[in-house]
Design a protein around this ligand. Structure first.
Ligand SMILES: Cc1ncc(COP(=O)(O)O)c(C=O)c1O
Length: 387
């Protein structure tokens, strides 16, 4: 038999899947994969349920239903002062994952270079490589994940088509500040590059920090495609509704990819997300406040259990150094060990790097009920002899 595509068949099953499977087998508390254990806002689910009943249930427009595209444009204006033409500059996608694929396949020409930061979300590299581009990886290092400006400048070249920027960043929980974004914008302008901005955690930013979309910086409005996710903003990860805001010249080729890949996204879910994006400011502030409290609760529990906990500025992930526990092994061993022996699952941070990586950090998701977080922290404390 002839072989299948070698780029994709070269990648194994994702670490999230492997660890989740192990968590099920051992009945452990799964803080590996990032999904909330609540059911999202009642009112948003109700609109979806009503629209399943009443319809429409047939193919919606390829770009997304007008209500949702209008809501995305209004959301851009409300939170970031961005003026967006909903008819030409918004595309609804089947989750941010599809949005990323549509942006990368739509914009990349074989041989282009794409600059991106490690540690990185697992869908980026396979898609970039499948699109025929060459990734230029720039490493951020724990514990402060600061921007290595010289390395970043060196990664740009005349062949750079775009930078893929994830802020707030999974798994590092870093939020890029304005100064760092200005540096990135300067490089983009100098090299005539675009940015695909993965901002799925835009509403999960803590301690009063602002989330600054790169697109709002001078000269960046025409160079950025900004991606959001209802899965993250409404704690409805299974819905897979995403949205892209981009200038027409970028959105046209991106929409071509969407047209041939999935064409549309369920209309009832789109209507419910349009309703959700219109919720008052209290909803969005409350989401960040709740998760900030969970971060403090769980990070405190990890510290009491003996971990070295790294600052978490955004997202719902916290990274912890397990060396202070005296564990003898790397991060993959550690995550297997706590799953089978302590009844808590995390994911190894080295899985978010390609090649050599730090091997003493585990990532925990804290988007869970308080009782679950408390139980996980006390299991770890008990196991490592801290209680
Ligand atoms: C950084 C990042 N981008 C994209 C996604 C995917 O979002 P969606 O579920 O909307 O496809 C995730 C999900 O974990 C993520 O962490």
């Amino acid at each position: 038999m002839k072989p299948a595509n070698s780029v994709l068949s070269g990648y194994g099953t994702t670490v999230f899947e492997v660890m989740s499977q192990l968590a099920v087998e051992h009945g452990s508390i799964n803080l590996g994969q990032g999904f909330p254990d609540d059911n999202g806002p009642d009112a948003v689910r109700r609109v979806a349920a009503e629209t399943v009943e009443s319809g429409p249930n047939q193919y919606p427009p390829m770009m997304g239903i007008p209500e949702l595209r209008q809501a995305v444009a209004a959301h851009n204006r409300r939170f970031y002062g961005l003026e967006v033409d909903w008819r030409q500059e918004v595309l609804v996608t089947s989750g941010a994952t599809e949005a990323l694929a549509a942006c990368l396949f739509g914009l990349i020409e074989p041989g282009d270079e794409v600059v991106l930061f490690e540690p990185l979300y697992d869908s980026y590299l396979p898609i970039i490589r499948r699109a025929g581009a060459v990734p230029r990886l720039v490493r951020l290092a724990p514990p402060d994940w600061s921007l290595p400006r010289d390395a970043l400048a060196a990664a740009f070249s005349p062949r750079t088509k775009l930078i893929l920027l994830n802020s707030p960043m999974n798994p590092a929980a870093k939020v890029f500040d304005r100064d760092e974004l200005e540096f990135i914008a300067g490089l983009m302008a100098r090299h005539d590059a675009y940015a695909v901005c993965d901002e799925v955690y835009e509403h999960l930013v803590f301690d009063g920090r602002p989330h600054v979309p790169l697109m709002t910086l001078p000269g960046m409005r025409e160079r950025c495609a900004r991606i959001g996710s209802a899965g993250k903003t409404f704690s409805l990860t299974g819905w897979k509704v995403g949205y892209i805001t981009a200038p027409l010249a970028l959105l046209q080729p991106i929409a071509k990819c969407h047209q041939y890949l999935v064409f549309t996204t369920p209309p009832n879910l789109q209507r419910a997300v349009a309703f959700g994006l219109g919720l008052d400011d209290g909803y969005f502030a409350g989401l960040a406040r709740d998760l900030e409290a969970k971060r403090d609760r769980f990070a405190g529990g990890l510290a009491e259990a003996g971990f070295g906990v790294i600052d978490c500025a955004g997202t719902y992930f916290v990274t912890a150094d397990f060396r202070p526990l005296g564990f003898n092994g790397d991060d993959v061993d550690f995550c297997r060990h706590i799953t089978t022996e302590a009844g808590v699952t995390a994911v190894p941070v080295s899985a978010f790097y390609e090649g050599e990586a730090p091997r003493h950090f585990a990532r925990f998701a804290f988007c869970k009920q308080d009782e679950v977080l408390d139980e996980a922290a006390s299991r770890l404390a008990r196991h490592f002899g801290r209680s």
